[in-house]
Design a protein around this ligand. Structure first.
Ligand code: SF4
Length: 231
């Protein structure tokens, strides 16, 4: 089934009407996280952009849906990396032509690629992820493309952030056995100060099935949220 579509329309925490879309026909990502809610069937692990024949049709129907629903924000939150669609800029331009803001969600690794960074910089808001705290857990839990390292990952996000003029948001996902030990807090804070986001959101794995194996308890979440976000 083609997954390229409007996924949801909701009101975000700032009261903005948000249209959430997926610009990929299936999962394309640089990582293969063991806790990925998208699963692993039919996934393509890649850092490349591809041409998808269904994109033009989706752009047409999206234009009509935007006219009908009149959202404030187009939220590009795909099945993996939105940069894998070689027409990502057309989605950004469509939103701009209708005077709506663009929010882009990425795991952040590809922000080190100049062309992908250029595309991200066209968006009003960019969200990325900070999860593993050391190289061993990055390789074990996030299973990136060969040659990817945590150091490079953090450098890619930090480098993008230095030049980016929009709002940069970091999502910290607490994963059981990976970064839920209170000893990880110092390292998470260090990584955050290196990446320097405008806003930080601390969460855990909530997927119905995966939450049992990888989600942390609400007490642990609250305690670590406090410790990570304290001034
Ligand atoms: S980065 Fe996100 S989409 Fe990619 S494998 Fe990990 S959890 Fe899934």
């Amino acid at each position: 089934m083609n997954q390229m579509r409007v996924k949801n329309i909701f009101t975000d925490e700032s009261g903005r009407k948000t249209m959430e879309i997926n610009v990929l026909p299936s999962k394309y990502c640089t990582f293969g996280c063991v806790f990925c809610p998208l699963g692993h069937d039919g996934r393509i692990k890649t850092d490349k952009a591809f041409h998808f024949s269904e994109t033009d049709g989706f752009l047409l129907s999206l234009s009509e849906q935007i006219d009908r629903e009149k959202p404030d924000v187009l939220f590009i939150n795909s099945m993996g990396e939105p940069f894998s669609n070689d027409q990502l800029e057309d989605f950004i331009n469509l939103a701009k032509s209708k005077n709506i803001k663009v929010s882009l969600y990425s795991n952040g690794y590809l922000l080190g690629n100049p062309e992908y960074a250029r595309l991200a910089s066209l968006c009003d808001e960019v969200s990325c992820e900070i999860k593993a705290v050391d190289e061993a857990s990055f390789q074990k839990f996030q299973r990136p493309l060969e040659g990817c390292t945590l150091e490079q990952y953090l450098d890619n996000m930090a480098g993008f952030r230095k030049n980016y003029k929009g709002e940069f948001v970091a999502y910290i996902c607490l994963v059981k056995g990976m970064n839920d030990d209170p000893k990880c807090v110092a390292r998470i804070r260090e990584n955050l100060s290196r990446v320097n986001p405008d806003r930080v959101i601390v969460e855990t794995v909530t997927d119905e099935k995966l939450g049992k194996s990888f989600g942390v308890s609400s007490d642990c979440l609250e305690e670590m949220q406090r410790a990570i976000l304290k001034d």
